[in-house]
Design a protein around this ligand. Structure first.
Ligand code: RB5
Length: 148
């Protein structure tokens, strides 16, 4: 599966650790920046990543900032993006099964790196349940978005 990963300076170290980890699991990982711990604006990296998921360049994306909040707010502004900020593996599993989330947000200053790895691998390997009730709810999100 081809995925993209992006961060601001607050998530840079986690991005650098997650890239080889996820590659070792068999994912093709596209690094969409940032490229150092220099202070930058998370929006400049979260929007391009979300666009890459929305236009099908990559199947899924992971965004990381200090809290995970700034990048998740940005990603969720992009049409057809369902970004889930997760702090434990159960959230990661359930958001894939229930919300068919296509972007995962992580907080590099909130959770430890081993937990971040577990959340990312769980999220990437869990399929959408396909249950009618969940599909219906996602459809309502799309319908709302399309009315705007
Ligand atoms: C950067 O200092 C910090 O504000 C950012 O990484 C993120 O936590 C924003 O939501």
């Amino acid at each position: 599966m081809k995925i993209a990963i992006a961060s601001d300076h607050g998530g840079f170290e986690y991005k650098q650790t997650l890239i080889p980890y996820l590659t070792s699991l068999g994912y093709e990982v596209v690094d969409m920046g940032c490229y150092s711990t220099d202070s930058i604006d998370y929006s400049d990296y979260a929007f391009p990543l979300a666009e890459a998921v929305a236009d099908g360049t990559v199947e899924k994306g992971i965004v990381i900032c200090g809290t995970g909040i700034g990048v998740s707010i940005c990603a969720n502004k992009v049409k057809n993006i369902r970004c889930a900020l997760c702090t434990d593996p159960l959230m990661a599993k359930l958001t894939r099964e229930h919300n068919d989330s296509n972007v995962l947000a992580l907080g590099g200053r909130i959770i430890g790196i081993e937990l971040a790895k577990e959340i990312a691998s769980t999220w990437l390997s869990t399929p959408f349940s396909g249950d009618e009730r969940h599909a219906r709810r996602i459809e309502k999100i799309s319908a709302y978005e399309n009315e705007k």
